[in-house]
Design a protein around this ligand. Structure first.
Ligand code: SF4
Length: 321
């Protein structure tokens, strides 16, 4: 049997990973990393919209068992939660981390050490949660970790608000893309995530991610090795434009792409008390989302149970021919 080798290991061996990290670091001098293009000098410690400076901030690193089945596997996904975010979603469930700076600054060496510690624990992969604003720091740490023997797949778990330039630096580095598709309507994304350009940015980002890694591939135990899974959280009141989102995915990306349809919405953070977002998803709303899933023609992935727990079981969509 041929042993799987993550993309970044090959890049490290050729010396390109270090070069990639140096190229990325230059983007911090007048920060253009994400579509906000704040232009602040993060190398001098000046934070932009994401509230992140020269060093990455990490809130936690741990084995996580609640991701989609091929990501969690039997031994867990090695999540690293980065503080800060280039979106400000009113309903963010991680808002103390993403919007209030909970976490601590870590050096590249420390970040590499976290990756290696997660591998030693037996995690199937390194799962970078909200990494879009810390790509240079991730690349620098990854070069150190690869030199020290890191060899499990790298998961890029983002809001899907990623710039094409930054994604091009990740070509041949990331094994598994796990982006969100949150909205297809700029009015709603502007109102509830502070990003009226989300639909266009997200469409281009998903296209580039798909071009880089293509369909999901797993090992004999069903654990992901390479590919893309797109997450779509169904919001109450039709705010996530689920019908349009699913048909966009099938039409513009591929009917083969793996979808993770999520029912775990509950009002959190600023959504509590907002007329549009201040209530959970109803069974009727989720039922309609499942009908649109049928209608879309998407064949692969998972749909969450609507069980009111804030994180229901993932059932396979199973329409594989
Ligand atoms: S990564 Fe942060 S500082 Fe850089 S452009 Fe985006 S929001 Fe602004």
């Amino acid at each position: 049997m041929v042993r799987f080798e993550p993309a970044y290991v090959r890049l490290h061996r050729s010396g390109q990973l270090t070069k990639r990290s140096q190229d990325a670091r230059r983007l911090l001098a007048s920060c253009q990393l994400c579509p906000r293009r704040c232009g602040v000098d993060r190398l001098a410690g000046r934070p932009g919209y994401c509230r992140s400076g020269a060093l990455a901030m990490v809130a936690s690193h741990n084995a996580h068992h609640g991701e989609e089945p091929p990501i969690s596997g039997s031994r867990g996904s090695g999540t690293i939660f980065f503080s800060g975010c280039s979106l400000r979603c009113a309903y963010c469930q991680n808002w103390p981390i993403s919007q209030q700076g909970q976490g601590r600054e870590v050096s590249d060496d420390e970040l590499a050490g976290m990756m290696l510690a997660l591998q030693r624990r037996g995690c199937h992969n390194i799962n970078l949660v909200t990494p879009s604003h810390v790509v240079p720091q991730v690349l620098e740490a990854l070069a150190l970790a690869a030199a020290a023997g890191l060899s499990i797949p790298l998961v890029y778990n983002s809001s899907g608000y990623d710039s094409p330039e930054t994604l091009s630096l990740l070509d041949g580095v990331i094994d598994i893309y796990l982006p969100d598709l949150r909205y297809r309507d700029g009015g709603v994304s502007g109102r509830h995530s502070g990003a009226p350009d989300y639909p266009e940015v997200n469409a281009a980002a998903l296209g580039e991610m798909w071009r880089q890694v293509g369909p999901l591939r797993c090992d004999g135990d069903g654990v992901a090795l390479r590919g893309m899974i797109v997450r779509h959280l169904v919001l109450p009141g039709g705010l996530s434009q689920t019908r349009e989102a699913l048909s966009f995915l099938a039409r513009e990306i591929s009917p083969e792409v793996h979808l993770s349809l999520m029912a775990q919405y509950f009002p959190a953070h600023r959504a509590i008390g907002l007329p549009e977002l201040g209530r959970p998803l109803t069974a009727a709303e989720y039922g309609r989302a499942l009908e649109w899933l049928e209608e879309s023609g998407l064949k692969n992935g998972w749909r969450q149970e609507l069980d009111g727990s804030g994180g229901g079981r993932h059932d396979a969509i199973v329409r594989e021919a």
